[in-house]
Design a protein around this ligand. Structure first.
Ligand code: HEM
Length: 240
């Protein structure tokens, strides 16, 4: 009997991927998107999060522990699973293989991202060694400082893309496995819906990332309302 086939552990793995992690990703991309409206709006959004009561408990029980469980058990599933694309080559098998590849990449991406922006590790190069936590008034300039490096910006866009894909296909697998969509037609519709959610999250997250390098990101500036703080980095100091 494989550890990755344990019914309860498997269900808990699927559930943690949707709530709270999927939900967190949704909220996180929309908070990041506030950078479209300038440094003050983003810093205020980060400060609002830091002012939440019992934040450390929300982080530990709502993010860190579910993330730890989801990633460690996900590695077990990947290690114990047979890769059968070669044998069958069906689209669904490729999607499943890609689910594992994005999962493994995300393990390293999220670990780096957390240690760096949440806990302030890794200084040098273009990375600042200051954590955003405890420095909400500098949150925008800390991220903008990192994103001056095209490599870091691309790494983040890859991270957003991998998360959007992983969550999108995860939503589809969840809906099928929990018996929410049963018929072939319903499953096809669910696949399209999941793809639309993934593309939407990728677009919002990528535009948010570009908002740390140019005002309003990649969309026309008419869609943004910038409130100047008079401090920290001026958006637009580097054009793409
Ligand atoms: C445009 C890309 C991204 C930017 C600019 C960004 C920015 C940030 C910032 C500034 C923080 C620190 C917040 C704080 O300490 O209050 C943070 C935390 C975090 N980010 Fe991201 N992030 C991005 C992408 C992602 C992705 C793709 C994931 C994957 C799920 C992710 C997961 C997390 C997690 C788990 C935390 C810790 C949350 C907490 O402890 O409150 N981020 N991010």
């Amino acid at each position: 009997m494989k550890f990755s086939n344990n019914f309860l552990f498997r269900k808990l793995h699927q559930l943690t991927g949707i709530v709270p992690l999927g939900l967190f990703f949704f909220v996180h991309m929309f908070t990041n998107a506030k950078a479209m409206n300038g440094d003050k709006v983003f810093n205020d959004a980060v400060a609002d999060i830091h002012h939440l009561p019992f934040l450390i408990f929300i982080e530990v029980f709502g993010i860190f522990l579910p993330l730890l469980y989801h990633s460690v058990y996900g590695i077990f599933i990947s290690a114990e699973a047979k890769i059968n694309v070669g044998n069958y080559g069906y689209g669904r098998n490729w999607l499943y293989v890609f689910q594992r590849i994005t999962g493994i990449f995300l393990f390293f991406f999220i670990l780096f991202h957390l240690l760096h922006l949440r806990f302030g590790l890794f200084g040098g190069f273009d990375l600042t060694s200051v954590a955003v936590a405890g420095n909400a008034d500098r949150a925008y300039s800390i991220v903008a400082g990192d994103f001056k490096s095209v490599g870091i910006l691309l790494f983040y866009i890859l991270g957003v893309g991998a998360t959007a894909w992983h969550l999108g296909y995860g939503l589809f697998l969840f809906a099928v496995d929990w018996g929410i969509v049963i018929g072939e037609k319903a499953q096809k519709a669910m696949l399209y819906l999941s793809a639309a959610i993934a593309i939407g999250l990728f677009a919002v997250g990528t535009n948010a990332a570009f908002s740390f390098v140019r005002p309003c990101g990649l969309v026309p500036q008419i869609l943004c309302e910038s409130e100047k703080s008079g401090t920290s980095v001026t958006p637009g100091s580097k054009k793409f």
